[in-house]
Design a protein around this ligand. Structure first.
Ligand SMILES: NC(=O)c1ccc[n+]([C@@H]2O[C@H](COP(=O)([O-])OP(=O)(O)OC[C@H]3O[C@@H](n4cnc5c(N)ncnc54)[C@H](O)[C@@H]3O)[C@@H](O)[C@H]2O)c1
Length: 264
């Protein structure tokens, strides 16, 4: 069977979020044991419940883990590896940003964000790789705003501008993918990235009720060559692909899933 992940263990940081939950579901559907780790304990617990209630076969688990905290990463990864006898797949969907304009932004604001988007991504990747005996697959979530700047015309009030630290961190993740891919290639640990385009959570009550938010979605749609925003399940297939043997010679790639946003 193609894309078979039976007997693999996947640690999914942020695996209960908007894009993360479909990723956790798809990995479990393909047979992987799925461990959801999140700084939001309730989200992690509920996400695990959802996966195990819909896909009871592989094992599932959840952990509270803060990617901004090195000790929390080291402890969690060690416990997951102990519980499942190793780690085969690690997906990181965490993100941070400071909701400020360039004029409001303080240099120190970079520290907090990059502690998650750079230092945290690095530490979680390194700790996970330490338990990937014989090889593994690491998949890091980047963003279209790591490749192109946000078009300010899209972010009219009530939307706040997409802040500078978010995209700077994501551009760093793209380079981290390439660097770590080369570094761990001899150990058969592949490192790839997912670069989502616009995937607003349109089921949020704010999007449904607020005409300003609806206008924002329309401006996003108008900018996408395919004329629509992404559905939350539409990044999960690529994660399964990168995690599987079908991608056994693919490393150091960041795949844009953006309806063509970064093509023009
Ligand atoms: N949704 C989009 O439109 C979009 C677009 C481009 C890129 N992305 C990227 O895709 C990824 C997933 O996005 P999403 O929309 O699902 O976001 P989300 O906010 O729904 O989910 C992110 C999850 O990560 C968790 N998290 C945040 N900080 C953490 C930390 N320090 N430690 C552990 N967990 C932490 C959150 O609690 C949350 O459950 C993010 O990296 C995001 O930057 C999303």
């Amino acid at each position: 069977m193609m894309f078979d992940l039976t007997d693999k263990t996947a640690l999914v940081c942020g695996g209960a979020g908007h894009l993360g939950l479909p990723v956790s579901m798809k990995l479990a559907e393909q047979g992987a044991n799925v461990v959801i780790a999140d700084c939001n304990e309730e989200a992690a617990r509920q996400g695990r419940e959802k996966v195990s209630s819909e896909i009871p076969e592989p094992q599932t688990s959840w952990y509270k883990m803060d990617v901004a905290d090195e000790a929390s990463i080291v402890d969690t990864v060690g416990e997951v590896a102990g519980q499942f006898g190793g780690i085969d797949i690690m997906v990181n969907l965490a993100a941070a940003a400071t909701p400020k304009t360039v004029e409001e932004f303080e240099p120190e604001d970079f520290g907090k964000t990059l502690n998650v988007n750079i230092a945290g991504f690095f530490t979680l990747a390194r700790e996970s790789a330490g338990y990937m005996e014989g090889g593994g697959s690491i998949i890091l979530y980047s963003s279209m705003y790591g490749r192109v700047a946000p078009d300010p015309r899209i972010y009219e009030p009530p939307m706040k501008p997409n802040p500078i630290d978010y995209g700077v961190g994501k551009a760093g993740i793209d380079q981290m993918v390439r660097y770590l891919a080369v570094h761990w290639a001899p150990e058969n640990i592949r490192v790839n990235g997912i670069c989502p385009g616009p995937f607003p959570n349109v089921n949020k009550p704010a999007y449904k009720k607020d005409p300003g938010m609806q206008a924002f979605i329309k401006r996003l749609e108008d900018k996408v060559p395919m004329g629509r925003v992404g559905g939350r399940e539409e990044t999960a297939g690529a994660v399964v692909f990168f995690a599987s043997e079908e991608a056994s010679f693919i490393t150091g790639q960041v795949l844009a899933i953006d309806g063509g946003w970064t093509c023009w």
